[in-house]
Design a protein. Structure first.
Length: 471
């Protein structure tokens, strides 16, 4: 949570209590231009640094972050609200992603094409883009940065990151640690301020070659429009409404566990999260009973409190949106199975808490079915078979993740082929692997992060024709 004070500073507040946890400068267009200038100046030197050396420096940065993991996790919990355990996982994920790309530094490759003509061969040369701007939201401030920072730096680009206005503190500290570990000046900078002012100044600066954006679909579209004016490269990682399908032959216990973690991790504020559940009619009662039992055990509390499993929502606005989505849905139909409101208890009153919520059979056109729900509320529907489940699952403008639970190989294969989403998990919790490309279909995004594929989005390839003089 963030508020502006008239001294040009933003006050960062703990979502569990509203207490101030830090202040950061509110940078504007002039600061953006200065940061881009430093990044542009640093670019030639970083590009010329041998790839193996770039990888080693980036790896040293990751190690420096890992050494401070507990301090960073505490900071992240204070500004974001998530339980400490999840904050530690997030910092560890950031480190793993950076290490993954540091390891790929020595594998950057172009191509050689022989005998194009007499005494003539071709080269496909791959080179960095230049200055990259990374715009990152507040739900996973560090991992969503890591997905951009790792490939960008390893390929030889320099990067200016703009964290969400309300979660800049951990990112600033990470940049400091990586600089101390050897990243040259200007190679990785963090600049703090409002998206609508600072973000736009960064995106529209003509010296910026690429914008890597994660956030909401409407802002992503706007950023892409701005970037298009300068024909800049863009990757977009936007909203999602991931369906999970549980068929009648599934391992119900494992599926229910994945649904619960997939929906309630990070208080439901994840782009990849189980946001719609379609269950075969033969197992729906069992799934509902087991889910209710799981939800009853989720302990709400401040992220920093021992034993907390579900922290507060990140901001008052997030909770208000969720409350509106749930109340609008219930007014149209559906049965409330759990939660549905703010928790009792004075110790939770100061924060943006909301109970874990299950809604059975809401109308298919209700808000929880058609909008992205960025909070701890899960709608559940009964389906008669895989065909109906896939049809329902695909009836969305989003296409980020999806999952299917079944022991039937044919059904699993069909679902993996037909689900309109950039990721499908079969009998697996929604875990993102650095090894696999990740990016949404439809309004969920453009381009890929993770995998070797991410490297393609931080390099330009050019063709070179070489004709030798006759001997
Ligand atoms: P936004 O898309 O508004 O913000 C994401 C990032 O973009 C932030 O750093 C923000 O800065 C920046 N930004 C905002 N406006 C501009 C602009 N005009 N030009 C450049 N950058 C800009 O997401 P919110 O944080 O407001 O969340 C709103 C909704 O988005 C959520 O309810 C959720 O549905 C979805 N969301 C999806 C995420 C995902 O991972 N798919 C992640 C986060 C949100 P600032 O914080 O300063 O406004």
């Amino acid at each position: 949570m963030a508020t502006t004070v008239d001294t040009g500073l933003t006050v960062i507040r703990d979502p569990a209590s509203g207490d101030e946890v830090g202040r950061v400068p509110q940078a504007g267009p002039a600061d953006a231009a200065e940061a881009i200038g430093r990044a542009a100046e640093a670019f030639p030197g970083w590009w010329e640094t041998p790839a193996a050396a770039r990888g080693a420096i980036v790896r040293a940065g990751a190690e420096a972050v890992l050494a401070q993991r507990d301090e960073l996790a505490r900071q992240l919990t204070l500004e974001q609200g998530k339980p400490l355990r999840e904050a530690r996982i997030e910092i560890t994920r950031f480190v793993h992603t950076i290490e993954h790309y540091a390891g790929l530094a020595k594998s950057l490759r172009g191509a050689y094409v022989p005998n194009l003509d007499v005494r003539t061969h071709g080269l496909v040369v791959r080179r960095p883009l230049g200055v990259v701007v990374a715009i990152v939201p507040w739900n996973f401030p560090t991992t969503l940065l890591g997905n951009k920072l790792g490939p960008a730096l390893v390929c030889g680009n320099t990067l200016v990151a703009k964290p969400a206005e309300s979660t800049p503190l951990t990112t600033l500290r990470i940049a400091e640690l990586m600089r101390e570990a050897g990243l040259p000046d200007g190679v990785f900078q963090v600049i703090t301020g409002k998206g609508s002012v600072l973000g736009e100044a960064l995106v529209t600066d003509p010296r910026v070659a690429k914008v890597a954006f994660t956030g909401s679909t409407p802002v992503g579209k706007h950023v892409a429009e701005l970037a298009a004016r300068g024909v800049k490269r863009v990757t977009l990682e936007l909203g999602g409404s991931d369906p999970m399908i549980i068929l009648d032959d599934a391992d119900v216990d494992a599926a229910v566990s994945a649904a619960s973690v997939g929906r309630f991790f990070n208080c439901g504020q994840a782009c990849l999260a189980v946001k719609r559940l379609y269950v075969h009619e033969r197992v729906v009662d069992e799934v509902v009973d087991k889910l209710r039992a799981k939800v009853a055990k989720l302990t709400l509390g401040a992220g920093s409190a021992e034993g907390t499993m579900l922290g507060p929502l990140h901001s008052e606005a997030q909770r208000a949106t969720l409350e509106e989505q749930v109340s609008d849905t219930l007014a149209r139909g559906g049965e409330l199975l759990a939660g549905g409101g703010r928790p009792d208890g004075t110790e939770l009153e100061a924060g943006w808490f909301y109970e874990p919520t299950l809604i059975f059979e809401p109308p298919h056109e209700s808000k929880v079915a058609v909008e992205e729900v960025f909070g701890p509320a899960l709608p559940i529907w009964t389906v008669r078979g895989l065909g109906e489940a896939i049809e329902r699952a695909n009836a969305s403008q989003f296409g980020l993740g999806s999952s299917v639970w079944t022991r039937d190989l044919t059904a699993a294969t069909l679902a993996a082929e037909r689900l309109e989403a950039g990721y499908t998990w079969v009998n697996s919790p929604q875990i993102v692997y650095d090894e696999l490309p990740f990016g949404g279909f439809g309004e969920s995004g453009l381009g890929k992060e993770h995998g070797n594929e991410a490297l393609d989005y931080y390099q330009e390839s050019k063709s070179v024709v070489v004709r030798q003089s006759p001997r």
